[in-house]
Design a binder for this molecule. Structure first.
Ligand code: THG
Length: 378
């Protein structure tokens, strides 16, 4: 409670009510000097700490901690847990190991994307679905009720904390020791925080490497935050949040921006996460089989010229007088001295080198389709 006044002073234009849920780390990240807030899963996430360009360079050269508590955990447990989760995704989760995380496209019955969560296997009969911004829990509850499945579905009181950047490993080893150094990408271990066991995974919404701690409950969150800041002081640890420029140039997709509910996983470029050789139990199996060859797909796009205006609507992509797609996210890719963007492009125009026009909110620009996102190999 001691920060309550500071908190209220700072948010007079943003009334906090109980309904405006905040993660266990929200206050710390807010007081670290956030200059903006984003609403995600009906929660606030603090962002923009040093300014876009500085946040970007710092993430790529040091280490940051992010309050990503808005990544809510839908906990599905019980004898039918695996069956229910599998109904929502074409990725085969049957052989997931006990310590594994999977990036899974989730789909409605027509094969349209309903979310793109990270799935954590906690136990044979317990899963966490770490969701992007949509009320996916209602789908699970609806299907479970309709089919009379033997499962329990709830939003767990978990606040993921991301530790990202080239020095993330150094910082994590100082606190949780060697076990974390052997941890492979998208695997998790159990660590202790103040005597309580929690999951630490090697994952995160950046290409810089790092970890996500699934902090359970509320008490002790501030103390952990302060410990991370103290222990990482000589590594120049700073408070950050998912970095738009870094994730766009690297091709990390954002649900509701780059992926919309009318898109299939194939259109979203997530075909490699779909098992189409046999029916693994996804309710959209037949629908997806008929949609395996997309006629539009996500592609990296480079936009010519100097920095772009902020993007708040889809920008049409055209060829001659024809609309052939849209740009959903764009940024200044500072390290590459160019503009990087995520496009959804019709098949006739999606090949590498294809020259298009993009109609930004500040007028038309030339654009060209790339083969890979920046910093990614083919
Ligand atoms: N971490 C956790 N939950 C999340 C996110 C996260 N929920 C919301 C949102 N982010 C979901 N979206 C993504 C998008 C991309 C990735 C993770 C979550 C990602 N992709 C890697 C890539 O593209 O290189 C690896 C995918 C793979 O190979 O399996 O990490 O960030 N907990």
């Amino acid at each position: 409670m001691q920060n309550q006044n500071t908190l209220l002073d700072h948010v007079t234009r943003m009334p906090l009510t109980v309904r405006m849920r905040r993660s266990a780390f929200w206050e710390r990240s807010h007081l670290a000097g956030a200059q903006a807030y984003i609403v995600y899963n009906n929660m606030l996430i603090a962002t923009d700490f040093m300014g876009a360009e500085e946040d970007y360079h710092h993430l790529k050269s040091a280490v940051q901690i992010w309050d990503v508590g808005v990544e809510r955990q839908i906990e599905i447990s019980g004898p039918d847990a695996l069956r229910l989760v599998q109904m929502s995704t074409p990725r085969d989760i049957g052989k997931m190991a006990r310590d594994q995380c999977f990036y899974i496209p989730t789909v409605d019955s027509t094969g349209g994307m309903s979310n793109d969560p990270v799935l954590l296997k906690r136990d044979e009969e317990r899963y966490w679905v770490s969701i992007a911004d949509s009320d996916l829990i209602l789908y699970y509850k609806g299907v479970a009720a309709a089919l009379g499945l033997n499962v329990k579905i709830q939003e767990a009181d978990v606040s993921p904390l991301a530790i990202q950047g080239p020095y993330a490993q150094t910082l994590v080893l100082r606190i949780w020791g060697e076990a974390a150094s052997d941890l492979k990408f998208f695997r998790h271990i159990t660590v202790e925080v103040d005597g309580r066991k929690m999951i630490l995974a090697r994952s995160g919404y950046s290409l810089q490497g790092g970890y996500e701690l699934y902090f359970e409950g509320q008490s002790g969150a501030g103390e952990l935050w302060d410990t991370l800041m103290d222990v990482g002081a000589d590594l120049d640890v700073k408070v950050g949040s998912p970095c738009q420029a870094e994730r766009i140039e690297g091709g990390l997709l954002s649900y509701l921006s780059d992926i919309t509910h009318d898109m299939t996983p194939f259109e979203a470029g997530l075909g490699k996460f779909c098992n189409m050789t046999q029916d693994v139990g996804c309710l959209a199996w037949e629908a997806l089989r008929a949609k395996q060859s997309p006629t539009r797909q996500i592609r990296p796009v480079e936009i010519e010229g100097g920095p772009l205006p902020p993007q708040t609507t889809f920008w049409p992509l055209t060829s001659g007088s024809q609309t052939v797609g849209r740009v959903s996210s764009s940024c200044r890719a500072y390290d590459y001295d160019c503009n990087a963007a995520i496009g959804l492009i019709d098949a006739a125009h999606w090949s590498t080198g294809s020259a298009l026009m993009v109609h930004t909110s500040a007028g038309p620009r030339e654009a060209v389709v790339k083969d890979t996102f920046w910093g990614r190999s083919a």
